[in-house]
Design a protein around this ligand. Structure first.
Ligand code: UD1
Ligand code: MG
Length: 452
């Protein structure tokens, strides 16, 4: 059978201590592009459609497993009670791989930039070899395992600490990623000992054990940027820059207009359609989709929001989770939308809060309107019908409905439903007192003069 069409099990190593992060948060949960590092590792392998995902947890296991349930509910976890090395870590998945026919790919939770194409290349190489490891030419190989080649064959990997001076001259380094038949891998790992400088069970002993067993091992080489692991806050910050640079380039290549790409920040799952336009200083939190031809104007912040084609958002707009902006709708400056559907062609142009609401097609919300959705204990809904006109400074005290084609007068406090086509006046009636303004000012000036 073609290697690439075989079933695939992922084994993701996420048990390490991550000591150099100096953090109470387990390393796999540190955010990159507003998603945990672990989510990046899993996302890189998602196009390969793994039929099993096994995450090996240890340090901070409870938190990592809780996050995993969100990121990939289909994944299972297994605990490595003591961190006895990378080989020992993979072996924890043995029981879950029992009877699995297919390849296993080992990934690290702290290595977020692996491309699906690279994993594909590893799987393709599996057609001709039993064990495939991912290597890279290191600018500075210090600390990495060195790959000892015999032509195309990988004879063994020697860890930096265990390497001779001559071996330390080798610049082809081990990324740690591996692809092998799951049962072959487990059988080889059972033979791994811990007679080395660290007293650990090394995954890197696998190629040599494979060769001894008459199997073949080889290396697929990728760019160093792709295998960059995260061990410290400084590396995390550099990785964020690398992530953003990649996503900006990708957006431009996909036909998105970015006037100042270096000022736009993406999340792992941001999706922006072709011919969408993103002005400078826009931040995407998790869960945003922007359809083709929509425009996000400068200084806007979006999370958990969907913006349809032809809509314009901002400048200075904030879309919070559950904001659904319809086709050709307008969301203007200093407007906040949360858990609300804004209908096709509706306008919410200035200084307005719309939360827990539906706004019908072509409705217009005047400046300073507020859906008063929270009574201090519970949230309530506001429904605004099609073609309704909400006058400036209307307080819509939810739960409340404004019918289609209805109007509210400026400054109204609307506490009762407004029927279709009705005009609601919910404010004090205006009274004019002739000459009183001048009299009042004179009196105030006199008081001030007396006080000196
Ligand atoms: C490992 C490789 C080395 C390679 C380097 C690339 C081994 C023995 N060495 O070294 O050849 O050049 O990665 O970065 O494999 N982990 C566990 N349980 C453990 C130990 C580790 O889950 O008991 C996890 C860690 O959380 C991490 C990954 O495995 O995600 C790698 O472990 P790490 O300790 O960083 O290995 P290195 O010493 O860097
Ligand atoms: Mg490491």
């Amino acid at each position: 059978m073609q290697a690439k069409s075989r079933s695939l099990a992922l084994v993701v190593l996420a048990a390490g201590a991550g000591t150099r992060m100096m953090s109470d948060l387990p390393k796999p949960l540190h955010p990159l592009g507003q998603a945990p590092l672990l989510a990046h590792a899993l996302a890189s392998a998602a196009p390969l459609a793994p039929s099993r995902i096994i995450v090996v947890t240890g340090h901070g296991a409870d938190a990592v497993e809780a996050a995993l349930a969100d990121i990939a509910p289909e994944a299972v976890s297994v605990r490595q009670a003591e961190q006895l090395g990378t080989g020992h870590a993979v072996l924890q998945a043995a029981e879950m791989l029992q009877g699995f026919e297919g390849d296993a790919v080992v990934l690290y939770a702290d290595t977020p930039f692996i491309r699906a194409e690279t994993l594909d290349a590893m799987r393709a190489a599996r057609g001709a070899h039993d064990v495939v490891m991912l290597g890279f030419e290191a600018a500075d190989p210090t600390g990495y395992g060195r790959m000892i080649m015999d032509g195309e064959a990988l004879s063994r990997i020697v860890e930096h600490k265990d390497a001779s001076d001559a071996e330390r001259q080798i610049s082809l380094c081990n990324s740690g990623l591996l692809c092998a038949d799951a049962q072959v891998l487990i059988a080889l790992l059972r033979k791994v000992g811990n007679a080395n400088a660290n007293g650990e069970y090394y995954l890197t002993d696998v190629p040599e054990l494979a060769t001894q067993a008459g199997l073949s091992a080889t290396v697929v080489v990728c760019d160093e940027d792709e295998t960059r692991g995260i061990n410290s806050r400084a590396e995390l910050a550099r990785a964020e820059a690398q992530f953003q640079a990649l996503r900006r380039t990708e957006a431009l290549e996909n036909g998105v207009t970015l006037q100042a790409p270096e000022t736009v920040f993406f999340a792992l799952d941001t999706w922006v359609g072709r011919d969408a336009e993103i002005e400078p200083n826009v931040v995407f939190g998790p869960g945003v989709t922007v359809e083709s031809g929509a425009r996000i104007r400068a200084f806007s912040h979006l999370e958990g929001a969907h913006v349809s084609a032809g809509a314009i958002v901002g400048p200075y707009a904030r879309l919070r989770p559950g904001a659904e902006i319809g086709n050709d709708a307008r969301i203007g400056n200093f407007v906040e939308i949360k858990a609300a559907e804004i209908g096709e062609g509706a306008k919410v142009n200035h200084l307005t809060y719309v939360g827990d609401a539906t706004v019908g097609a072509r409705a217009n919300l005047g400046a300073g309107s507020v859906t008063c959705n929270y009574d201090g204990v519970m949230k309530h809904r506001t429904e605004i019908g099609e073609d309704a006109f909400i006058g400036s400074d209307t307080m819509l005290v939810a739960p409340v409905k404004v019918g289609a084609r209805a109007m509210t007068a400026s400054g109204s406090v609307v506490t009762e439903d407004v029927p279709e086509a009705a005009l609601a006046l919910g404010r004090a009636k205006q009274v004019n007192k002739p000459g009183l303004a001048v009299k009042l000012m004179d009196r105030l000036r006199a008081i001030k003069a007396k006080k000196g």
